[in-house]
Design a protein around this ligand. Structure first.
Ligand SMILES: [Zn+2]
Length: 233
């Protein structure tokens, strides 16, 4: 049996299914965003004005707003206390851009109120990175040294940390969107007709995280199928 991580084997189909699901999800978020980026909000606030208003209302005057290049690269960085809005979002008055801006402000509020899943997610970053680095080498070494099942299982376990990270990401993302929608509705930043439109954009964006978790699960499943059955040989 050739070393299966680098060669074609039937379980490779799982990777391809994961890639297809991720591709479909990102196509869907892009087309939903494009659709609602044509819908200008009646109140006429720009996305960066909306972020500023939400942050200030939440007592987060110290969180800075910055621009970032690219398309849908918007994010909140808790280490730097910075909310970055992308070129496509920043100066737009569309319901899509305002939805994204409010979502990122939602992350800042999560940080401020010590939202548990966000803390857990932050704590998992170094562990997940370590796991990603060491998992394949461990499996390789275990495989080459006569199928050492302990090393292989340890490798799969480290590999699974990515899936755990993706799963913890889900409540963080859904919660940021729920906060965003509630704020946009209660504050009157968006009208009653516009709120569901912004919600569609954020739901579509959340699907990309669901897709990433599914792809991650399929990756773990593949390794499990390839290596875990060896003890029954
Ligand atoms: Zn987010």
């Amino acid at each position: 049996m050739p070393f299966p991580i680098f060669f074609w084997d039937p379980t490779y189909i799982l990777i391809l299914i994961g890639l297809a699901i991720s591709g479909l999800a990102s196509g869907y978020v892009q087309s939903t965003y494009n659709k609602y980026s044509q819908v200008k909000s009646k109140n006429g606030y720009t996305a960066s004005e909306v972020s500023r208003m939400i942050l200030d209302t939440a007592g987060l005057e110290h969180v800075r707003l910055e621009g970032i290049r690219g398309n849908l690269t918007d994010h909140y960085n808790s280490q730097e206390d910075v909310l970055r809005l992308s070129d496509t979002t920043r100066n737009s008055t569309s319901v899509a851009a305002i939805g994204v801006a409010a979502h990122e402000a939602g992350h800042a509020i999560q940080d401020h109120v010590n939202y548990g899943p966000l803390r857990l997610r932050t704590a998992l970053v170094p562990i997940t990175n370590f796991g990603q680095g060491i998992s394949i080498p461990l499996i390789l070494i275990g495989f080459l040294f006569g199928g050492n099942q302990t090393l292989i299982d340890l490798g799969i376990l480290f590999f699974s940390l990515t899936l755990v990270f993706q799963l913890v990401t889900l409540p963080v993302e859904f919660n940021a969107s729920n906060r965003a929608i509630a704020i946009l509705e209660d504050s009157g930043i968006l009208t009653a007709e516009e709120v569901p439109q912004a919600e569609k954009v954020l739901r579509a964006a959340a699907l990309t995280y669901v897709a990433a978790a599914i792809a991650s699960f399929l990756n773990v499943l593949r390794l499990f199928l390839l290596f875990s059955g060896r003890r029954r040989d």
